[in-house]
Design a protein around this ligand. Structure first.
Ligand code: C2E
Ligand code: MG
Ligand code: MG
Length: 631
């Protein structure tokens, strides 16, 4: 019965070896170590069976030849547990001191134990083909070494769990557990020779879960998939290998499926990837639905390879008899070391794509300059996140003066960040990044809530401040739940919504004004009013004035200053003011810095004045003092 079980194990391992070697694969280190484990398992199984045959046929007369076969079996068991250890080590892959030490010590120990087992004696027990086993010092040393490796492995697995991919961790643990269980069973009942077979099952599990080359291959195109790309990139960074990359994106992929049938498209894609795969040094990955990435080692000049591929792809394709050209965007990443690890590189690749989403360029290069900007923005992003976390987001207030009532009737809430060194960071330095990364959603709510609480707690309405103006970013405006979210905050604070005026700005980001209008209507119904900010800065679109439920128009300070520049502009401004007044809107002039400006603007129908002439934006306490002295 023992022999049959060994044979089953051998068949399994042979199949695994065939499947592992005979497929297209990228040579990740984990794969190499896996093959070592597979190979030692195979040797263990073969020699397990051979030793049974040798013992039975020797029939009590054990020569060096029989004992050598038994010892090779023992050694292969030790090598098997060693390679499991190495597999864990490579999987963690970190340049961690403990991991390096672990690897070196495991190897030294392996050399030592191999020599030891080779020279110390082994004994054989044999009564019948089902009651047969080896024992003695060599066997004890083998068990001890295997146990040692297994315990160390479990220890490393547990200590470095966070550094390992979850799936890898679980499969490795299961492999360990199976082997340990088999060893215990065999130790208790030495004639049950199940270690070999159990290790075949263990390695089968690892193969299915982790090392199946098929799982790294995209079925349709036959290139490597994104899993493979991530693993490969990871390995390049861990081993300090610099690579360059070239990626191809389809601009309008859906047109292919719309125009041609699936089979033709698949055929075209096969041809397409063949062109990418011309360079023997390049590995082609299909990344996501419509992107292909070719990686090159530092030996291949990227510019030459890239140009060759571009020329070949930019040709006319013959699909279903049609001559079609395919709209493609190429990206070169000349040096993978602009990122410090795989995760950062992937993040940079995503950011790069976002940056160039609307670009019309067909060839983009992710170079050092771009990486510098990216890093700066990343720093700002981190600064915003930490400021929000540590409550270092501050709201300053700049008073707004009514030319009719001759006092401050409102104020604009303007965000600031106090950085870790206590330095005040103006919004111009972080709002654009907050908008790009959508952190503005959270930041905007923090400002909104602080401003609401300020009105309520300080009872600003009793100090003459009828409402506060709070800026909303376009990113916030196009969220379908914006009105609900803001309404909830107003309710939670217990504020009358009429004390809030929201400033919105025209933006290319607001392509669908329906959502914006819907949000504004909901808020207007509960009493919130709106201003149109930055009027006069480029895209002043009159539709905005007419279609949106706005109460106030805010002249940007450039627009205000223009009034004082020359007669022509003054005439033009008067026309604009009359037009705005004719549709019953009020006007705030921002950027008023001098007394004469205040006087002149008061005479031409400007309702409110905001500017350094009265005050710069100031912290809440100072704003309250300002109200005490002025109102
Ligand atoms: P904005 O909404 O147009 O705000 C007016 C800006 O003009 C403020 O700059 C203010 O300090 C400045 N200003 C006011 N009077 C004068 C003046 O007399 N002379 C000059 N030279 N400048 C004056 P700040 O505070 O740096 O804000 C810049 C922009 O940042 C704001 O422009 C607004 O677009 C944005 N921002 C500020 N806070 C927030 C916020 O909480 N959320 C959003 N989404 N954006 C904000
Ligand atoms: Mg504003
Ligand atoms: Mg403004």
């Amino acid at each position: 019965m023992n022999i049959q079980v060994q044979l089953c194990g051998i068949v399994i391992v042979l199949l695994l070896i065939r499947m592992s070697i005979n497929r297209k694969s990228i040579w990740l280190r984990t794969k190499k170590v896996f093959l070592l484990a597979l190979f030692s398992t195979f040797v263990a199984l073969i020699f397990d069976a051979l030793s049974i045959v040798a013992i039975v046929s020797a029939n009590g007369n054990y020569t060096v030849y029989t004992k050598t076969i038994c010892k090779i079996y023992l050694l292969s068991l030790v090598w098997m547990t060693f390679s499991m250890n190495l597999y864990t080590n490579v999987n963690i892959g970190a340049k961690h001191f403990v991991i390096r030490l672990h690897r070196i010590l495991s190897m030294i120990f392996l050399a030592f134990i191999t020599i030891l087992i080779s020279i110390i004696p082994i004994q054989i027990h044999y009564t019948s083909s089902t009651d047969l086993y080896t024992y003695g010092p060599a066997v004890i040393a083998t068990y001890a070494a295997a146990l040692f490796y297994t315990i160390i492995n479990v220890f490393v697995l547990i200590s470095f769990r966070k550094r390992m991919n979850n799936r890898r961790w679980r499969a490795s643990m299961l492999w360990m557990f199976l082997l340990l269980a088999a060893a215990i069973v065999q130790f208790i009942n030495s004639s049950l020779l199940i270690i070999g077979f159990t290790s075949a099952i263990g390695i089968l599990i690892v193969f299915i879960r982790l090392e199946n080359p098929e799982s790294f291959i995209d079925r349709e195109s036959g290139c490597f998939n994104d899993l493979a790309f991530n693993a490969y990139l990871d390995q390049c960074y861990i081993r300090g290998e610099r690579i360059s990359m070239f990626s191809v994106n389809f601009v309008n992929p859906h047109f292919l499926y719309e125009r041609y049938d699936n089979e033709s498209v698949n055929f075209f894609l096969k041809e397409f990837t063949k062109i990418l795969d011309q360079n023997p040094d390049g590995q082609v990955f299909k990344y996501g639905e419509w992107e292909y990435i070719v990686t090159f080692s530092r030996n291949t000049p990227l510019d030459i390879a890239s140009e060759k591929i571009q020329t070949s792809l930019n040709k006319e394709w013959l699909i279903e008899g049609d001559r079609a050209t395919i709209d493609l965007i190429f990206t070169e990443i000349p040096n993978s070391f602009i990122a410090r690890d795989a995760e950062t590189m992937l993040e940079m690749m995503r950011a790069f794509k976002r940056d160039y989403k609307n670009s019309s360029d067909k060839l983009l290069v992710m170079d050092e300059n771009w990486a510098d900007t990216y890093r700066r923005e990343k720093e700002i992003e981190d600064m915003i996140i930490s400021a929000m976390r540590d409550d270092r987001v501050q709201v300053y207030y700049q008073p707004i003066y009514s030319t009719a009532k001759k006092r401050f009737v409102s104020a604009e809430a303007l965000v600031r960040i106090i950085n870790e060194d206590g330095e005040l960071i103006p919004p111009g330095a972080f709002i654009p990044v907050a908008e790009d990364t959508e952190l503005i959603l959270q930041l905007g709510l923090i400002v909104f809530e602080k401003a609401c609480r300020f009105i309520k707690e300080e009872k600003l309405y009793e100090k003459g401040i009828e409402y506060l103006e709070i800026n909303l970013s376009a990113v916030q405006c196009i969220r379908t739940d914006m009105a609900e979210v803001l309404t909830k905050i107003i309710r939670d604070v217990g504020l009358d919504p009429k004390h809030i005026n929201l400033e919105i700005t025209e933006s290319k980001a607001i392509q669908n004004t329906d959502i914006l209008i819907n949000n504004m209507e909901k808020l207007r119904r509960i009493g919130v009013t709106f201003s149109l900010d930055d009027f006069g800065t480029g895209f002043s679109n009159l539709d905005y004035l007419l279609d949106l439920p706005i109460k106030i128009v805010k002249f940007d300070h450039k627009m205000t200053q223009a009034y004082f520049e020359n007669a022509k502009r003054r005439t033009m401004m008067s026309g604009v003011i009359n037009m705005i007044k004719s549709v019953d809107l009020e006007i705030v002039a921002e950027g008023v810095e001098e007394k004469h400006q205040l006087d002149e603007l008061s005479n031409i129908n400007i309702d409110f004045i905001q500017g350094y002439y009265f005050s710069k934006p100031v912290p809440p306490e100072q704003f309250l003092q300002l109200l005490d002295t002025h109102n």
